[in-house]
Every structure is written in structure tokens, then in C-alpha cells.
Design a protein around this ligand. Structure first.
Ligand code: NAD
Length: 285
């Protein structure tokens, strides 16, 4: 259902690779709510992925850019203002990648050049985006910038590796830049901490399916889907959240406040079945 919450607004959506991508769902949803947008992804992703189809469907200009490259980002903001007919009102940073995870390097055997790449793509790119936008004065007063993050920034999650450090940095950038951008231009900057979601990036994490199942069992409302994340982004881009800034907003069905749930406990207990004696006592061996 559409509420026209973004009528007359212009936006840029970074990171839609295929129809599983969270950014893909956000792009569809913001247009449904009346916004006009441009899309951006790396030249390689544009060639290999299906972002072109989305651009056609939404009548959105697709601007290839490596988000670690400042000159590329300047082009995205300049071309977006030109294509959309003015400054933008919202930006989504939905970008993440760890070459250490891809190459199966464990956290105690990181390649430091690869770590720099993880941090540059997944966190520093957010700073670059904000700095470019501010220098070009590309975002309207009361505009809204959102980056997607994950709870591994606060709590250690098996397999999340150096992406946890990248997310911690990303969330810090939202606070540090949010202060300056808010003070000077009334632009708000937040991160949304999303449930594990089955996408190309998500599936790279070791044991991802178990993580999805575990957080589903732990969350009273269940995992938040990509489509639900898109709904939340719409509210964050709308005028209904004008005083929300510098926040890390959990969108996870309650997972981040849970310690143990009945459903997770039940599953945990099942793993002891084969180690029980006739009286039902667990034999720890
Ligand atoms: N999937 C999950 O479980 C989950 C949970 C919480 C947060 N997130 C975050 O959501 C965001 C989107 O991820 P997704 O799950 O939709 O996966 P995805 O793989 O669909 O999206 C990741 C995007 O990053 C882009 N990208 C990679 N390197 C880039 C670069 N140098 N410049 C520009 N773009 C680049 C990719 O092309 C891709 O479009 C990421 O920040 C991810 O960490 C995902």
C-alpha cells in the first residue's frame, strides 16, 4: 500500500545488484511512495548484475560508480541533480563487501591489504559520500541519509569477521557526520541495523543459514525482511522523522534486546537428545 510519503522528493539509491538486494526493494518502494530517483552501483555490478532492468522499470538513471572513488561519487551527485532537476532529499548507502570473507581468511589470519579494502568499501565510502554531498551542497535542508548496518557492530557474531569492524566504523561515521551535517544544513544521518537477510552479500557470511534460523527463533516478531526494511527506509526518508538523527536504529524484530527465547531454547535442547541417559540426564562425557 502506498501513502505518498515521498511525493515530490528526489533520491539516490546505492547498491541494488539483483532483486534480492535490500537496495532493490528500497528503490521500488520509494518510487511507489512518489519519489524520483537515480541508481548507482559499480561498473562491474552494472555489467554483471540486473540493475539495468530495475532502472528501466523505475525510469531511473543508472550512474555507474565505485563508491570508494571520490571523483566517481562527485559524478553521481552532479548527474543525479541534473537528471532529477534539483538537489536530492535522500540517499541510501546499501554497500558492503569483505574480500577477507570472500577469500575465507579467518579473523585471526586477516590480510591487512584486504582489510583496508573491506573498510574502504563498507565504511569509508559512507564518509566519502557524505563529504562529497556536503561540498557540492547536493542535499536539501531536512534531507535524510541512511546506511544499512548489522548488529555484529555491537556483539560478536560467528563468521562476520572484519565486516564487524567495518560496521562499527560505519555507525560511528553516521554519528560524527550527523552532528556536522545536522548543525549546518539540518540534514539527518542514521544507520538501520537490519536482521540477517538472504541476499548476495549476506550469503557470503559463514554459517549464514544457521544465523538466519537462530535470529528468527530469538526474535519475538521474527526476522525483518528486505521488503520490511524498505518500508522502514521510506519512513526515515519521509518528513515524519525529521528530528531523528545520529542514531543506529535496530530493525530486527526485537532480536537485539533478547537473551534467550523459548523457541531457541527448544532447538538448543534438541541437540542434547543423543547424549541423554535413561533418566534423561545429560552425559557430558
Ligand atoms: N543481507 C544481510 O543479512 C544484511 C543484514 C544487515 C545489513 N546488511 C547490509 O545491507 C547492505 C546491502 O547488502 P545486501 O544484503 O542487500 O547485499 P547485496 O550484495 O545485494 O548488496 C551489496 C551491494 O554493494 C555493492 N558494492 C560492493 N562494492 C562496491 C563499491 N566499491 N562501490 C559501490 N557499490 C559496491 C554491490 O555491487 C552490491 O550491490 C550492506 O551494507 C550489508 O552489509 C545486510
Amino acid at each position: 500500500m502506498a501513502y505518498n510519503l515521498l511525493k515530490g522528493k528526489r533520491g539516490i539509491v546505492f547498491g541494488a545488484l539483483n532483486d534480492m538486494s535490500i537496495a532493490w526493494k528500497v528503490a521500488e518502494r520509494v518510487v511507489e511512495e512518489g519519489a524520483v530517483i537515480t541508481l548507482s552501483n559499480t561498473p562491474l555490478a552494472v555489467r554483471m548484475g540486473t540493475t539495468n532492468e530495475l532502472a528501466e522499470k523505475l525510469n531511473a538513471k543508472l550512474i555507474p560508480a565505485d563508491a570508494t572513488n571520490v571523483a566517481d561519487l562527485e559524478e553521481v551527485f552532479k548527474q543525479s541533480m541534473e537528471a532529477l532537476g534539483g538537489k536530492v532529499d535522500f540517499v541510501l548507502h546499501s554497500i558492503g563487501m569483505s574480500p577477507n570473507v570472500r577469500k575465507k581468511r579467518t579473523y585471526d589470519d586477516l590480510d591487512y591489504d584486504l582489510l583496508n579494502t573491506t573498510l574502504d568499501i563498507s565504511a569509508v565510502s559512507f564518509h566519502k559520500m557524505l563529504q562529497v554531498a556536503k561540498k557540492l551542497d547536493a542535499i536539501n535542508e531536512w534531507g535524510s541519509v541512511v546506511a544499512l548496518t548489522y548488529m555484529a557492530a555491537q556483539r560478536t557474531m560467528f563468521g562476520y569477521n572484519d565486516m564487524a569492524d567495518a560496521k562499527a566504523m560505519l555507525e560511528s561515521i553516521a554519528r560524527s557526520f550527523g552532528y556536522i551535517y545536522g548543525r549546518e544544513h539540518n540534514v539527518r544521518v542514521n544507520t538501520i541495523s537490519q536482521s540477517p537477510t538472504i541476499t548476495t552479500a549476506g550469503s557470503g557470511v559463514k554459517g549464514f543459514d544457521s544465523l538466519v534460523d537462530f535470529s528468527e527463533r530469538m526474535s519475538p516478531l521474527g526476522n525483518a525482511t528486505a521488503a520490511e526494511c524498505a518500508d522502514y527506509c521510506v519512513t526515515m526518508f519521509s518528513d515524519l522523522t525529521r528530528k531523528v538523527t545520529m542514531q543506529n536504529l535496530f530493525h530486527d524484530g526485537g532480536f537485539s534486546s533478547m537473551g534467550m527465547s523459548f523457541r531457541a531454547m527448544e532447538q538448543y535442547n534438541k541437540s542434547f537428545e543423543e547424549f541423554k541417559d535413561e533418566q534423561g540426564n545429560i552425559i557430558y562425557g
